[in-house]
Design a protein around this ligand. Structure first.
Ligand SMILES: Nc1ncnc2c1ncn2[C@@H]1O[C@H](COP(=O)(O)OP(=O)(O)OP(=O)(O)O)[C@@H](O)[C@H]1O
Ligand SMILES: [Mg+2]
Length: 312
């Protein structure tokens, strides 16, 4: 079976500014591909090119078997797209919004009711079908927007920050729907700023300044970007601890995580050296323990990496 998305050196310039810079990746059918990156990294621009909404300035991509540059119309018919700033009709009910989008997607009139019922059931919005969109809580709005993108039964979905600003329980419900869709064979490309969500993805890729700087399963990313020991340090003065560790060769990087400090050691270095350095700086009471890196550690490390080293 062919891959759902194949991008090769996909590039987009706006004037002299390069928003997406030779990005290459493959998304196998049935998988969830997570696109991560700081604001302005180029995620939405990448998605808009893949959806056939924005012409690439260079490189190429095939989506659902179609070429993004020459077969954009076929792509639009084959995919579902939930844009970062999707619009619902506030003065229409949930069902009316769905029926309106059915028209946009060209669903034949005799199938609109059936498809609307299917989407209402899938997104768990059946009981709210008569409520006005403007009265829906955030999590339900996102599910309605997703439902509208599913009316024409696309097998490939592009979701651009679908859970932004939504509470944790509502995010969980949203992800359960995504899993139901992929269990039924759909492929999903999703962007998010929530790193707990990235852990649910089959593959995660990280963008920085228009470039894809890391990609792999969450496990692979952690192994590749955290070859050395990761230590968590708890003490009353994390800033002082940071300074105390700054000059030590065995410390590759240090970052503040709230009131704690996460310290990456160079491969082979042992935790004791950190304890000794903290004691020498008068921070003997600090608690040092080895922890498993999270994707947040990887993200901070990769996104703050400068050419030639890691920011301290
Ligand atoms: N139409 C445009 N004209 C000029 N610059 C643009 C245009 N669209 C996007 N950009 C720029 O391209 C860069 C990437 O934008 P993009 O929206 O793809 O980032 P993003 O990763 O989706 O960010 P966010 O997390 O904030 O949504 C930004 O610097 C943005 O200002
Ligand atoms: Mg965006």
């Amino acid at each position: 079976m062919s891959d759902a998305i194949v991008a090769e050196k996909l590039t987009r310039r706006f004037g002299s500014f390069v928003a997406v810079d030779e990005v290459s990746f493959v998304v196998p059918r049935g998988s969830v591909f997570g696109l991560l990156g700081a604001n302005g990294a180029g995620k939405s621009t990448t998605i808009r090119m893949l959806c056939g909404l924005l012409a690439p300035s260079g490189g190429r991509a095939r989506v659902a078997g179609f070429d993004v540059a020459s077969e954009a119309e076929s792509i639009k018919r084959s995919i579902g797209y939930m844009s970062q700033k999707f619009s619902l009709y506030e003065d229409l009910t949930v069902r009316e919004n769905i029926e309106f989008y059915s028209g946009l997607y060209g669903i034949p009139k005799n199938r609109v009711h059936r498809e609307s019922d299917r989407v209402l059931a899938l997104t768990g919005l059946g009981e709210r079908s008569r409520e006005l969109a403007k009265e829906l809580p955030g999590g339900y709005r996102q599910r309605l927007a997703l439902g509208c993108a599913l009316l024409h039964r696309p097998q490939l979905l592009f979701l651009d920050e679908p859970t932004a600003g939504v509470d944790p329980l509502a995010r969980r419900i949203f992800w359960d729907i995504i899993y139901d869709l992929t269990a039924a064979g759909a492929t999903v490309l999703v962007t998010t700023h929530y790193l707990d969500e990235a852990e649910y993805c089959s593959t995660v890729s990280l963008m920085r300044d228009g470039r894809m700087v890391a990609a792999g399963t969450p496990g692979e990313l952690k192994a590749a970007h955290h070859p050395g020991l990761l230590l968590e340090i708890e003490c009353g003065e994390p800033d002082r601890a940071m300074k105390a560790l700054g000059g030590i060769q065995a410390v590759e990087a240090a970052a503040l995580f709230g009131s704690r400090l996460h310290v990456t050691l160079v491969p082979g270095a042992r935790a004791e050296i950190v304890g000794a350095a903290l004691a020498a700086a008068g921070l003997a009471q600090a608690r040092v323990q080895a922890i498993r890196p999270s994707l947040e550690d990887v993200f901070i490390r990769v996104v703050s990496e400068k050419q030639g080293g890691v920011e301290r």
